[in-house]
Write a protein that binds this ligand. Sequence first.
Ligand code: ADP
Ligand code: MG
Length: 257
Amino acid sequence: MAKLVVENVSKVYEFNGNRVEALKNINLEIEENEFFTVMGPSGCGKTTLLRIIAGLENPTTGRVLLDGREVKGPGADRGVVFQQYTLMPWRTVLKNVTFGLELKGIPKKEREEIAKKFIEMVGLKGFENAYPHQLSGGMQQRVAIARTLANDPEVVLMDEPFAALDAQTRAILQNELLKIWEKDKKTVFFVTHSIDEAIYLSDRVAIMTARPGRIKDIIEIDLERPRDKNSVEFLEYRKKIVNILKEEVLKTIKRLT
Ligand code: ADP
Ligand code: MG
């Protein structure tokens, strides 16, 4: 059975007499250890879908199953990395990363050892005692990633985690994430606006329609890793995804103009 199953999930937001149909009949089966990416125009419901899988939001209809069990709320089996930095400014890097382990009741010495391993893995060795405001945006996002991974979730949910970073930091973090994913064999559910990032990282890329978000197509990326962003095959995938996305992005723009 698939690790993560999204079954007939729809989401309607209602507020002040408005009704927004965010997701419509989403069905997905994501395998254990799969790197699965979702793309789609702004406002098509990507974050909503991720939050429903995280258990931060209830679907209006349908359900999410993790290892066959229905998701009823957030859990340590799923770790989330949000687009915006979500560190605790009053805690050092080390204490931010140990936070989840503290909640789990892991003794101080052990949790600090685990945290240090992940801080090193994201390239921040030597910054354990720094505070978030002393770090660049890219470094803060690395801390957020280390914090999520230190909790050892089975499924990592990432909502445009590199969107605010410069291109160089982004490329470095893509490679770091791939290393961790290959080594620890996590299941990753990843949201991005970058077509190249999606092709570079993913086993499969799902493309959503304009709102209400439905799954329009799922492209399997059949390329050996590490992938060459300039290879002919890579460019072919890019063309294919651009064409699928273009139609949906145009729908969104027409609606706004
Ligand atoms: P994406 O991440 O693809 O840009 P979102 O999932 O954030 O899209 O949003 C999908 C749609 O649902 C948008 O039209 C957005 O305005 C709406 N929406 C998202 N969250 C809420 C909320 N809490 N209340 C009302 N509408 C929401
Ligand atoms: Mg979003």
